[in-house]
Design a protein around this ligand. Structure first.
Ligand SMILES: C[S@@+](CC[C@H](N)C(=O)[O-])C[C@H]1O[C@@H](n2cnc3c(N)ncnc32)[C@H](O)[C@@H]1O
Length: 235
């Protein structure tokens, strides 16, 4: 099975950094804004933007929160640094680091966001398990990502073409329910920014008391940031 490896991902995204903003980045901008909007900010919150890339999400954060942007690729994060300097974003700190080897202590963040990162790392479930540890109890974890379609024909196509996508920087064969299996996070809701969109926005919380019963299905509607206590946890 073709999969991602941090050793090759890093140089690949160093190259991507030169044209990311006007290629893939241009495709996903409105989804990034929508994903950031799912974070229930309070003044003084600490947010982790994991796999921050060239920093396209950063303009959407209010200035009264502290954002830590972390990325594996020197090239990507250098672009983000330049942008933050140019715009005078003092509330944003950028660090280079590998999401597979967390440099943060438990309960370090109020909320975490990962835009197009889950299918780029070598072990998506490990990434989410780590996120569950470092987000505070009740904190939200927002994912914006492509996940393998539940439509059998589309799903087969995405699995079949996966080796090609891996060569250019991401996996197309990762199913949402597989990623969330065994991850101790409460599934709140997920939705597509546009009808028939390839990407979806998924909201999870660190609410470990909820019973795991049901799996996510495509098309569940957005709930305007409201936590749904009776929603199932994916496990
Ligand atoms: C498709 S880009 C998304 C960038 C940004 N979040 C966005 O939406 O524009 C994926 C990013 O994840 C980073 N990445 C890949 N593996 C990583 C890891 N193990 N730890 C941290 N960042 C990683 C890549 O360097 C790249 O910048």
């Amino acid at each position: 099975m073709a999969t991602m490896r941090e050793r090759s991902t890093k140089p690949m995204y160093d190259i991507w950094s030169w044209f990311y903003n006007w290629t893939f980045g241009a495709l996903v901008r409105s989804r990034q804004r929508r994903a950031v909007q799912q974070l229930p900010f309070k003044p003084g919150d600490r947010i982790l933007d994991l796999g921050v890339g060239t920093g396209l999400t950063l303009k959407h954060y209010p200035t009264d929160v502290t954002v830590i942007g972390m990325d594996l690729s020197h090239g990507m994060i250098s672009k983000a640094k330049v942008m933050c300097q140019q715009r005078g974003y003092d509330h944003i700190k950028l660090v280079r680091g590998d999401g597979m080897y967390p440099p943060f202590a438990e309960n370090s963040f109020d909320h975490i966001i990962m835009c197009h990162t889950v299918t780029v790392v070598s072990d998506p479930a490990r990434l989410l398990n780590w996120a569950a540890k470092i987000v505070k109890p009740g904190g939200r974890i927002v994912l914006a990502n492509h996940f393998r379609s539940t439509n059998p024909i589309m799903g087969f196509f995405e699995k079949f073409t996966n080796p090609f996508w891996v060569k250019i920087g991401w996996r197309s064969d990762v199913a949402l329910e597989d990623v969330l299996k065994g991850v101790d996070l409460h599934f709140e809701y997920h939705f597509k920014h546009r009808f028939m969109d390839l990407w979806q926005i998924v909201c999870l919380t660190n609410q470990k008391s909820v019973t795991p019963t049901q799996q996510a299905t495509d098309g569940q509607s957005e709930n305007n940031n409201q936590h749904q206590p009776n929603q199932p946890m994916l496990a």
